[in-house]
Ligand binder design. Structure first.
Ligand code: CP
Length: 301
């Protein structure tokens, strides 16, 4: 079976550090077209702006061609074709598949039936490993290192696949976590067990201001309406946090605010003008990191 990236735990610490180094090379030199003649499929069964466009741009900058879809209504999935048949079929056409799907486990399943590498671009509330790699890249870029960071994760920690992947990746680098969430959206127990087993300290709070001044990274997240089965539950928590510029006066000078985006209301526009805001640059880093991941899985770096 070809090597795929489905969960961040599919990469060793050494592989993660290698990808970060290769991404830094691509940041210096954006166009290296050694994948000419290759074809990448981007199969998005769920909406996306950044992940899809940065993957497509990454593949194009490497010289590969891109096929795919971003709306399953225009595919034979709408006629009842199974995920297995879709993936087996697309495997015949391309050299690598990038897939986002609403069901947890769908990407792992796809990698088991595909004859080419599969990259998980997000599977339900489970994992988003390429987001994690770009988050690591951004943390290193802003802090000069990955070790000993205090990372305060804020918002939807229950359904947020980006925070789930990120705590696993950072576990190699002696972090300290603060989980800031209302009780309905707290970090799931399995991730707290993961940290406890590794003796990695974490604190939980519902008060955004309680630990804001000691954070190195404030990792904001959106409350994801699409993950709720009960609309009343969503209404109760949708506006749980709104970070504004006046809340940042006591923060560490080098603290940076990250957000996987899209944001809906959890970061006020006035934060964009502060030196702490880094989320747009973070999204930009996605292209270099995805260039590095595609190259690595195809055996070119
Ligand atoms: N961060 C992220 O996954 O954004 P998109 O949903 O726009 O791809």
């Amino acid at each position: 079976m070809p090597k795929s990236l489905i969960s961040i735990s599919d990469f060793t610490k050494e592989e993660m550090l290698h990808i970060l180094d290769v991404a830094a090379e691509f940041e210096k030199n954006k166009s290296q077209t050694f994948l000419q003649g290759k074809v990448v499929a981007c199969l998005f069964f769920e909406p996306s702006t950044r992940t899809r466009l940065s993957f497509e741009t990454a593949a194009n900058r490497l010289g590969a061609r891109v096929i795919g879809f971003s709306d399953v209504a225009n595919t034979s999935v709408s006629k009842g074709e199974t995920l297995k048949d879709t993936i087996k079929m697309v495997s015949n056409y391309v050299d690598l598949i990038v897939m986002r799907h609403p069901l947890e486990g769908a990407a792992r399943y796809a990698s088991e039936v595909a004859s080419v590498p599969v990259i998980n671009a997000g599977d339900g509330a489970n994992q988003h490993p390429t987001q994690t790699m770009l988050d690591l890249y951004t943390i290193k870029q802003t802090q000069g290192k990955l070790e000993n960071m205090e990372v305060n994760m804020v918002g939807d920690l229950k359904y947020g696949r980006t925070v789930h992947s990120l705590i696993q990746a950072l576990s190699y680098f002696s972090p300290k976590f603060v989980f800031t969430a209302p009780k309905e959206l707290m970090m799931p127990q399995e991730y707290k067990n993961f940290l406890a087993e590794r003796k990695i300290p974490f604190t939980e709070t519902a008060d955004l201001m309680e630990h804001i001044n000691t954070a190195d990274i404030l990792y904001m997240t959106r409350v994801q309406q699409e993950r709720f089965t009960d609309p009343i539950e969503y209404e109760n928590v949708k506006n749980c946090y709104k970070l504004s510029a006046d809340m940042l006066t006591g923060c560490k000078k080098n603290m940076r605010i990250l957000h996987p985006l899209p944001r809906v209301g959890e970061i006020a526009q006035d934060v964009d003008e502060t030196p702490f805001a880094y989320y747009f640059r973070q999204a930009g880093n996605g292209m270099y990191v995805r260039m590095a991941i595609i190259s690595y899985l195809l055996g070119y770096r």
